[in-house]
Design a protein around this ligand. Structure first.
Ligand SMILES: [Zn+2]
Length: 355
């Protein structure tokens, strides 16, 4: 059993609440009372799309779904009357007086290579447009992906010595439970902070343990050539997602704006056109608020997306720089949950965002 008040316990309870909500709402949807709840549709957030791997230590399992689940999700949503809409076309869609059905909008964050290998064929099979959000520092291998570094490091060490902000602390990481606890501690430290000092500390530790943090990025994320090829295929648009994938709300204003505008230029260099859409890294209220929404507006995007859960409404047109998204989440890969997710109801029931 877990102790109360630990991050892991809170996450577990939150997940259980969402899962309970999904079960409840998938029953409601059978009773046919869902159509009003769907509003004008939903924007879905995906990260990795790849075949399931049986990993003992898998602290970011929620960031991976299988191609089969994506396929089943699209099939179900289409059957329920959802209409595929490109994110870039969403403002036009929402301003139509009569939509043919609620929108289903697909977005994939961070530019993982598996998006091209495993997600693209599914989107192409269904003729569904999608937007991939690119972080320039991942493309150019100048910045690491802290959660991938941490997963690899913690999986192979027996204790983890780290300064989370109040002096060095040594956590045991021998058992699986201890590894999850150490990862949660790191996640909590990074969740609402200026991340750069913590990430350079993590990267230095990883290198000392023989792990190359940017080597992981090279293995997982598409490079410029691959992105150029992907951008030339039908159905895809590339959007901007900063350079360093920092928590923008914790950066000085000038740096925050530079992260956004430089990433716009980087995507434009790759595709030959200025991206119209932006995704705030992490995207919750700890990572993006009014100041960041305003910056995205002033820096010329048509719209920007958060990870605050919610469905689309006509009023979303008034909040075009803080659009909600719903995570197609590795913890909830059951076809019958997709309609429930698209209603947004489970999040209202759990009173909480997704992790
Ligand atoms: Zn991201």
């Amino acid at each position: 059993m877990f102790e109360p008040n630990t991050v892991a316990a809170r996450r577990f309870l939150k997940r259980t609440a969402i899962q309970g909500g999904l079960e409840a709402v998938s029953l409601l949807s059978k009773a046919g009372i869902m159509s009003r709840a769907r509003g004008k549709g939903a924007i879905f957030t995906l990260h990795h799309v790849r075949p399931a791997k049986d990993k003992a230590f898998d602290p970011v399992a929620h960031l991976t779904i299988t191609p089969e689940f994506l396929d089943a999700s699209i099939t179900r949503l289409k059957a329920a009357g959802h209409v595929p809409v490109a994110l870039e076309d969403l403002p036009d869609f929402l301003s139509q007086p009569d939509q043919p059905g609620p929108a289903m909008v697909f977005t994939l964050d961070d530019g993982y290579r598996d998006n091209d290998l495993h997600a693209r064929p599914v989107f192409e099979k269904h003729g569904v447009p999608y937007t991939v959000f690119i972080a320039g520092g991942f493309v150019d291998r100048t910045h690491s992906i802290w959660w991938e570094t941490a997963e690899q490091l913690i999986s192979q060490i027996d204790e983890f010595t780290f300064d989370f902000g109040k002096g060095e602390l040594t956590l045991p990481t021998l058992s699986l439970k201890q590894k999850y606890a150490a990862f949660s501690r790191l996640n909590a430290a990074l969740g609402c902070a200026d991340q750069a000092p913590l990430i350079s500390q993590l990267d230095a530790q990883a290198r000392a343990a023989g792990i190359c943090p940017t080597g992981i990025v090279d293995r997982e994320v598409m490079n410029e050539g691959e992105l150029r090829q992907l951008a030339a295929t039908p159905l895809v648009q590339l959007g901007a997602h900063t350079i360093s994938h920092s928590n923008l709300a914790h950066l000085p204003a000038e740096m925050m704006r530079a992260e956004i505008s430089l990433s716009t230029e980087r995507v434009a260099q790759i595709t030959g056109k200025t991206p119209r859409t932006f995704a705030y890294p992490y995207g919750d209220r700890c990572a993006a608020e009014a100041r960041e929404y305003q910056a995205a507006r002033e820096l010329g995007f048509d719209l920007a997306v958060t990870t605050n859960p919610g469905i689309l409404q006509t009023s979303s047109l008034q909040n075009q720089f803080s659009l909600p998204r719903i995570s197609l989440n590795g913890y909830y890969q059951k076809g019958r949950y997709v309609g429930a997710l698209a209603s947004g109801i489970p999040f209202a029931l759990s009173g909480s965002a997704q992790g």
